[in-house]
Ligand binder design. Structure first.
Ligand code: ADP
Ligand code: MG
Length: 178
């Protein structure tokens, strides 16, 4: 039975890549069914846990071919993506906004920077260090938690869905073949 939350132990970075690919497949499905959908996804965990690495693999698995750099200094990096680009007549355009709020000096700096409008555009927001906004961000559909494992390259990655849309995505991840 698919659950609203699950954890996966990733022994090496390739396992994290495979997990990000599963989330990408699941999200692609959602956007093909509903091209106007928007989701908020948090990426939580200590410095070096692998939040940016997971975001990079996810964005690239969705078909983005350029570089995905950490938004540490810019706070936000946008990535325009065509879902289902192999079939142009059915292609859907979304934008992924990747945030890293670690360097915010004020919890509302994200609003002052004009980022609020990104929280309902077709696509999704992926937010590292959401706790820096002290509860001022819109609710998260999915929370992803990364924890260091017992080996340098091992991570325990947990997914928790907090909305109907989030549940659909998380359930679809669990029913995919590896
Ligand atoms: P954060 O954004 O959480 O501060 P980064 O993604 O910038 O962390 O850094 C994580 C580092 O850990 C990267 O250098 C990455 O290559 C490395 N790493 C090693 N194993 C893994 C793994 N299983 N999953 C994710 N990252 C890993
Ligand atoms: Mg980071």
């Amino acid at each position: 039975m698919a659950q609203n939350s699950f954890n996966q132990y990733c022994r090496q970075e390739a396992d994290t890549t495979a997990l990000a690919q599963k989330l990408a497949n699941s999200l692609s499905h959602l956007f093909q069914a509903d091209p106007r959908a928007h989701l908020n996804i948090s990426l939580e965990g200590d410095l070096g846990a692998g939040k940016t690495t997971f975001a990079r693999h996810l964005i690239q698995a969705l078909g983005y071919e350029g570089r995905v750099k950490s938004p540490t200094y810019t706070l936000c990096e946008p990535y325009p993506i065509q879902i289902n680009h192999s079939n142009p007549s059915a292609a859907t355009s979304i934008t992924v906004h990747h945030f890293d709020l670690y360097r915010m000096r004020d919890p509302l700096e994200w609003q002052e920077a004009g980022f609020a409008e990104h929280f309902d555009e077709p696509g999704f927001c992926l937010v590292e260090w959401p706790e820096k906004a002290e509860g001022t961000l819109p609710a998260f559909d999915i929370a992803i938690h990364l924890i260091a494992g017992d080996d340098e390259n091992a991570r325990d990655i947990g997914f928790k869905a907090n909305s109907k849309q989030g549940v659909v995505v998380i359930e679809k991840m669990q029913t995919q073949e590896r």
